[in-house]
Design a protein. Structure first.
Length: 134
């Protein structure tokens, strides 16, 4: 319930902003709905301090090419989406580096659980988010 409440609250806020920003102009539905829903989901899952707006555009670049990746298109032909993915990973790494300073009560349950597993296993973010390994 807390996750859904956080998502609904943030989605409502961001969709209202998108409506106001559109100022009555028409646009494709995808361009209207995806950025606010992506940001609402990211914040609901990862917390209010996650840089959702900064990761939205690079994630979309990656996501748009994901079917090509699954189809086995060679990596050298998909440099831009791979670069975009690692930009998202960089934001995630920076976010995880910063949240260690926060109180557990300020973090969403998913992040508390992930940090607990990472700490118990002795993992470090430099290994988890290493482009050469992935």
């Amino acid at each position: 319930p807390a996750l859904l409440d956080a998502y609904a609250e943030r989605a409502f806020e961001l969709l209202n902003k998108a409506i106001d920003a559109a100022d009555g102009t028409s646009m494709p539905f995808v361009k209207f709905i995806i950025p606010p829903t992506y940001c609402a989901a990211a914040v609901a899952l990862l917390g209010k301090d996650f840089p959702a707006e900064e990761t939205s555009a690079p994630f979309r670049k990656f996501d748009d090419s994901f079917p090509l990746m699954l189809a086995g298109v060679p990596r050298f032909m998909l440099r831009i989406p791979h670069k975009a993915w690692w930009e998202v990973i960089g934001h995630i790494k920076n976010y995880f580096d910063k949240i260690h300073e926060k109180e557990d009560s300020d973090l969403p349950p998913l992040i508390r659980s992930a940090l607990s597993m990472v700490n118990e296993a002795g993992w470090v973010s430099d290994i988890l988010l290493n482009e050469e390994i992935c």
